[in-house]
Design a protein. Structure first.
Length: 182
């Protein structure tokens, strides 16, 4: 008679990861890595991006294993949820960057054309007056994005603000700048 296969101990694996046991992370990767890759690939629809997401997921599993709370759900669900959230964020961020590249970059180019050059600190440009109307944090976001060339993630780190908040500030600020320049 065949002996039954013991189920994988996700909770024990996360507890071992929290204690710094690299073998536990390796075991989790070997057990679930290909399935997590399938989940990520179904969401992002790109093999390379899915591989990056799974890599990031395992880094987060390793660094956040101690935060797992069995009262909130199963360990396996936690691992899959973490991976799905990373994949969904990647999709959302890529859509935002695409729209930012097309619509918003063209809007800022129009703003720059209206002022001959984008010398924000010249004191005489209309855009300077429009920028002065923005809230300080939103103004810094615009300047970091379009003068310093920072990504949304870099701006979030510089301002110690959530990424979603930075994106919202930039989106709203561009609308206000378009209206002001109009």
């Amino acid at each position: 008679m065949n002996s039954p296969i013991a189920p994988f101990d996700f909770e024990g694996c996360l507890a071992a990861c929290a204690q710094g046991d690299r073998r536990a992370l390796q075991a989790l990767y070997e057990h679930e890595g290909s399935r997590l890759l399938g989940v990520a690939k179904r969401i992002v629809r790109d093999q390379a991006s899915a591989e990056d997401i799974v890599h990031d997921a395992f880094v987060r599993i390793w660094t956040r294993a101690a935060r797992f709370d069995p009262q909130r759900g199963s360990a396996r669900s936690w691992v899959y949820s973490l991976t799905r959230h990373l994949a969904l964020n990647a999709v959302r961020d890529s859509h935002w960057e695409a729209s930012m590249d097309d619509a918003d970059m063209s809007a800022i180019a129009t703003l720059a054309a209206d002022t001959d050059e984008l010398h924000l600190w010249s004191g005489s440009a209309k855009i300077y007056r429009c920028l002065e109307r923005l809230q300080p944090a939103a103004q810094r976001c615009i300047l970091h994005a379009y003068v310093d060339g920072c990504s949304n993630a870099q701006i979030a780190a510089l301002l110690d603000a959530p990424l979603g908040t930075v994106k919202a500030w930039i989106r709203r600020s561009l609308k206000l700048l378009r209206a002001c320049m109009g």
